[in-house]
Design a protein around this ligand. Sequence first.
Ligand code: DOR
Ligand code: ZN
Ligand code: ZN
Length: 398
Amino acid sequence: MIIKNCKILVDGKLKKVNIQINGSRIGKITSDEIKDISDGEIIDLKGKIVLPGLIDPHVHFREPGLVNKEDFLSGSLAAAKGGITTVLDMPNTVPPTLTVKLLDDKRKLASKSVVNYGFHFGSSKNNLPEIKKVKGVASVKIFMDLTTGDMKIDDKAVLDVMRNSKVVTVHAEGENVKKAVSLINKTKNHLYLCHISTKQEIDYLRKNKASNVSVEVTPHHLFLTTKDEKRLKAYGKMKPGLKSHEDQEALWQAIKEGIVDTVGTDHAPHTIEEKEKNGPYGVPGVETMLPLLLDAVNKKRLSLADVQRLCCENPASIFGIKGKGHIKEGYDADLTVVDMNKIEKVVSDKLLTKSGWSQFEGKLLKGWPVMTIVNGNIVYDNGLVLDIKAKEVKYGIS
Ligand code: DOR
Ligand code: ZN
Ligand code: ZN
């Protein structure tokens, strides 16, 4: 396949190139015309921008056990529509992913995913032997606060898990962020802090974050505040919850300063019935993250290079995902085509997540993904979902 007349970021600037894809990999990237096509498909992008496929480091695709909310097929279709080509799935399923056997079961369930996938392994007060055994995971997840799935563990167990996991991904809020940083500093391992949401946490991290710590923010904390809670009711409930305008500004400032490393959706779908009944914590996100960020690029709140760093390059390097995060010869042909001029509203009717609603319903956004390529196959093309050739990711770069 040849993708011609596209623009990619080279050293922070957009450059016109043609990309040749050989099988599942990027073959050649050149500003010259590529002539040596035998029987391959040629796609003329007419000047559209191509990003490395986005890597969402934080999704809850709910399989096994909670498939009324989402499953690997519906969640991954939604991700493909949102320009995401790789997802890392969280362990608070039913049962939680606490043993190698349960991880292998989940691997089988995930094989129906249309985007590439990887897993965060779970932790409990007594699964250390499993943590020591597990291979091929992005990280071990630690819940230091109570949330969906009831997987909170105490400080002694947190330290044991941190000592035995190369990367830990942590749900910590407020004072627990400080605790997580001080505990990781007793080890040689890496701490990935999920969904940082307050100015207080950012101010602490500005002073105390070293290279062994990474920071994620979510689209809902970047684009919504407590002011939206009244309107959204249960649909604005998540953990950590929405914060003040001042907190939100601190997150944007932290992106500018490089304190924030990634944007992750924390895609945590619940059905409308569940939300109306008892308002469980969590909101969907994979279909709206990139449009929200591209809209922000159009509004000059951040640059396209920021989006590429936060959503592609950094997730690949933090979790050591092989062959992804960059548009480079020899890398996997995971590509996201965006139309910076496309204007569309977020409407729940068009969403592919099983949850069927969005906290951004009705929001008019400029800048949308229009085509998603996974391992050299077009999986999403302006509304149509096509080929399925996704794979589990491999780790090993640092
Ligand atoms: O809002 C949330 N929902 N926060 C979490 O930490 C878990 C998630 C879920 O799984 O529903
Ligand atoms: Zn969390
Ligand atoms: Zn989460």
